[in-house]
Design a protein around this ligand. Structure first.
Ligand SMILES: Nc1ncnc2c1ncn2[C@@H]1O[C@H](COP(=O)(O)OP(=O)(O)OP(=O)(O)O)[C@@H](O)[C@H]1O
Ligand SMILES: [Mg+2]
Length: 205
């Protein structure tokens, strides 16, 4: 399995389609435990990222990831803009110099993204944030056997279990115990992002 520039662009296009399609759902998730803007933020940022990367030509995936990260940083806003911006920027740096990404290189990239996310958000696993989706993705993708269907199962489980945790970071943390029973909006947007990646990878299996 190797992902080149067109595959990484496809990843952002597919993720954008999903985010646009589920924009109202993401916003609805952010209403009971936030300020009801997550879908709006993500739809605006992902559309900008796609517009930007579609209009340019690239020699390696790292450059696509860098441009996308800058667009997300500039346009998503809220808490998640700097978080996603940082994650994709760290991913870009980690995969620099590779014209195509092997599974191992991609895994390094996603791992660097997770590290950036945790640093930027001063957050860790179990705080009801998108870290709870990125972390199992890193564990799975760096593991022994990879199947794109397996990746989808992992993120679906992670998303569902975000319901059971209490938020200790971000706006949702103000709701304390009342945050339990609600899906984390950031985990849901990360679900669509990795579902899109799994679909791009499936075509290569
Ligand atoms: N410190 C953090 N670390 C990691 N993820 C976080 C953190 N704070 C928030 N998040 C994630 O961001 C999501 C909320 O993103 P959103 O775009 O709605 O920003 P916001 O909270 O409305 O930002 P703001 O309050 O600054 O406007 C949460 O669902 C959570 O997954
Ligand atoms: Mg919000």
């Amino acid at each position: 399995m190797e992902l080149g520039v067109p595959d990484i662009i496809k990843w952002f296009e597919l993720a954008n389609e999903k985010i646009q399609h589920h924009k109202d759902y993401l916003t609805a998730l952010d209403r009971p435990i936030g300020d009801g803007d997550h879908g709006i933020n993500m739809a605006r940022g992902y559309q900008e990222a796609v517009n930007k990367i579609m209009a340019k030509s690239y020699t390696e995936p790292s450059e696509v990831l860098k441009d996308a990260s800058m667009a997300l940083l500039a346009k998503v806003g809220g808490a998640s803009g700097p978080l996603y911006g940082t994650a994709f920027l760290k991913m870009s740096v980690a995969v620099k110099g590779h014209e195509v990404l092997s599974l191992a290189t991609l895994a390094k990239g996603v791992e660097a993204g997770l590290t950036g996310l945790k640093q930027r958000g001063k957050s860790d696993v179990g705080e009801k944030t998108l870290v709870d989706v990125w972390n199992p993705v890193v564990e799975y993708i760096t593991g022994e056997e990879f199947r794109s269907d397996g990746l989808i199962e992992i993120i679906r489980e992670a998303l569902e279990s975000s319901k059971d945790t209490m938020a200790t970071k971000g706006r949702a943390a103000y709701f304390k115990e009342k945050s339990i029973g609600h899906i984390d909006p950031g985990s849901a947007s990360s679900f669509y992002i990795f579902e899109a990646l799994a679909e791009v990878m499936k075509e290569k299996e």
